[in-house]
Design a binder for this molecule. Sequence first.
Ligand code: NAP
Length: 322
Amino acid sequence: MAKPNGAHQSALQHTLIYKVEVCLPLGRCMKKAFLPCCLSSSSCNSGSMDKTVVLITGCSEGGIGHALARAFAARDCQVVATSRSLSSMADLKNDPRFFLQELDVLSDGSVVQSVANAIERFGRIDVLVNNAGVLCVGPIAEVPLSSMQRTFETNVFGAMRLIQAVVPHMASGRKGTVANVGSITVQAPGPWSGVYTATKAALHSLTDSLRLELKPLGIDVINIVPGGTKSNIANSAIASYSRMPEWKLYGPYEAGIRARATLSQGMKPAPTEAFAKEAVARILKKNPPAWFSYGRYSTIFSILHYMPLFFKDFMWRRIMKL
Ligand SMILES: NC(=O)c1ccc[n+]([C@@H]2O[C@H](COP(=O)([O-])OP(=O)(O)OC[C@H]3O[C@@H](n4cnc5c(N)ncnc54)[C@H](OP(=O)(O)O)[C@@H]3O)[C@@H](O)[C@H]2O)c1
């Protein structure tokens, strides 16, 4: 069983993981016989069977998507690695395990084209990982609506665009796995990242409904929920924060608000490769768990999820000096 983030695993953490990985899938034990052995836990390629084809969004070098691409390839999968720019995946270019595609989750045309290219090349997509995402930092009362919309467009509708493009292909083969990358912030929403957290809360909710709706089509759905994990997310967040207007009501809090952009990277984030290896192991399981969380503070947030609101408010006020 995986150990989230090193040596600090408590008995409680064991219990949580047991609940998440063992109890949740128990109700799903009537797995259909036609489920491919290429999605077994030992390896994604078995004998003469074709490789499992995995499409991942947001695979820029240094991020979680890139590490996921490498971890799937290490498990003998064929990876359709996508990002907004091929240059951000240049290191994967000459490796036949990767089929590189430029894909912007905001664009219908881009998504349709990349999915068509993957289907034409490999005949199917077995696993879809909706990883692409952006952070949005700022006080909800003042973040421009255009920034809010772009965050929802990327984190929520971008994932839905991929799902609607890929699921019909999976359904025709009556097999497949969809993995959506959420966030632990949903379990205890704090200040200054409310828009981002709302997008991930929407994604978590959609993921839970999708899991039920896609079950009859033979498709599994898993929510991959990172805690703090090393990536480029803070750099991107700082870049978009620098385009925010000057806050009118929150001048005294500016430093704290800006610091939220780098929070996940500031406090010993989990190594990207470790996150990816553990996530891929869950996604490729014959009966994937409904939920997999890993990374810095993932255990603490799992506990906070069950705490009363007054406690969470108290905690955030103390931490953020509100
Ligand atoms: N790192 C953490 O601590 C953490 C914690 C919780 C959740 N997450 C989630 O993990 C996922 C991966 O993030 P990360 O931490 O690896 O951050 P990252 O290094 O910034 O990677 C984000 C990826 O999404 C891509 N992307 C952004 N907008 C896109 C668009 N319109 N179309 C296609 N791709 C787009 C980025 O492309 P560009 O390189 O072109 O910008 C990049 O490849 C995100 O969903 C994030 O919310 C991360």
